[in-house]
Write a protein that binds this ligand. Structure first.
Ligand SMILES: Nc1ncnc2c1ncn2[C@@H]1O[C@H](COP(=O)(O)OP(=O)(O)O)[C@@H](O)[C@H]1O
Ligand SMILES: [Mg+2]
Length: 259
């Protein structure tokens, strides 16, 4: 199972749209078996896949009450199917913010590797695990980043964005001390066709030193409509320009991770 995290310290930058679209396309179009993990207390990914219940069980139980740490749950008991073939999910719930605090207060070595340990149980059951993160580097997200082999970092054109990706790079460098496998790859999202955007994009791809996806994801109102309908974008509109771009991102991913 290859574990991919979508993370950026910026909000509203397309993290959830990216992770939902990639998960959906890997499962529905590429026939891979996919486990979606919702690491954001807002639960947007859980809502998109129709599995958000504020009082339900999910990520909090996985991180706090797994049998590995003396709790009552096994990983398989916290996985739910979705209405889409090949795509299962461990949803976020209303308690996930508190989970961050509870983990933070523990002084145990496994407090940051709990997700990694719990996912080992289903490593052969899935081809991919796609994790949506919130924008804070909290204990939930640290658990995700330490389990993952690749972090996709969406970036948008604008003054503070390169600073944000630099910060993320620094954070990832720190985490790499515990997870040496971790790589970070930037993805330009919400691309607009004006001079400033194009220059920034060129700089990101050619001279910033960051590993970037060749594909940039264009901006379109269709993505917002899909979010409002709480549907994965490629389900809402299979061939809109944003879906087309994510399809190319998935092809790049498959080439990179499967050769
Ligand atoms: N390529 C895009 N074009 C236009 N709107 C987009 C695009 N990608 C995402 N959006 C919209 O931007 C908003 C924030 O996206 P979202 O994926 O929820 O970001 P995040 O998870 O980083 O907060 C949503 O309303 C979403 O529909
Ligand atoms: Mg989000």
């Amino acid at each position: 199972m290859k574990i991919i995290a979508v993370m950026s310290p910026k909000g509203g930058i397309g993290k959830t749209t990216t992770s939902d679209s990639i998960a959906y396309m890997l499962g529905q179009e590429q026939g891979k078996s996919v486990l979606v993990i919702d690491g954001d207390p807002q639960g947007d990914t859980s809502k998109t896949f129709g599995r958000y219940e504020p009082e339900g069980i999910g990520m909090s139980e996985l991180l706090e009450h797994h049998q590995n740490v003396g709790g009552r749950y096994r990983t398989t008991e916290l996985i739910q199917s979705t209405e889409y073939d090949h795509i299962d999910i461990i949803p976020a719930n209303g308690y996930l913010m508190q989970t961050d605090m509870n983990l933070l207060l523990k002084q145990e070595e496994n407090q940051v590797t709990r997700l990694r340990d719990a996912l080992a149980e289903v490593a052969v059951a899935y081809d991919y695990c796609v994790c949506d993160c919130g924008r804070l580097l909290d204990m939930v997200v640290i658990n995700i980043l330490l389990a993952a082999e690749l972090v996709i970092a969406p970036v948008k054109v604008g003054g503070f964005e390169n600073e944000a990706i630099h910060n993320l790079q620094e954070q990832v460098d720190d985490l790499r001390e515990i997870n040496p496998e971790l790589r970070i790859k930037g993805l330009v999202t919400m691309r607009q066709k004006n001079k400033t955007s194009l220059e920034f994009e060129e700089w990101m791809k050619d001279s910033s030193g960051f590993d970037m996806f060749v594909t940039s994801v264009r901006r379109s109102i269709v993505a917002e409509k899909a979010s409002m309908r709480m549907q994965p974008l490629p389900q809402f509109s299979k061939n809109c320009i944003v879906s087309q771009d994510y399809r190319n991102v998935v092809h790049e991913l498959l080439r990179e991770l499967e050769g």
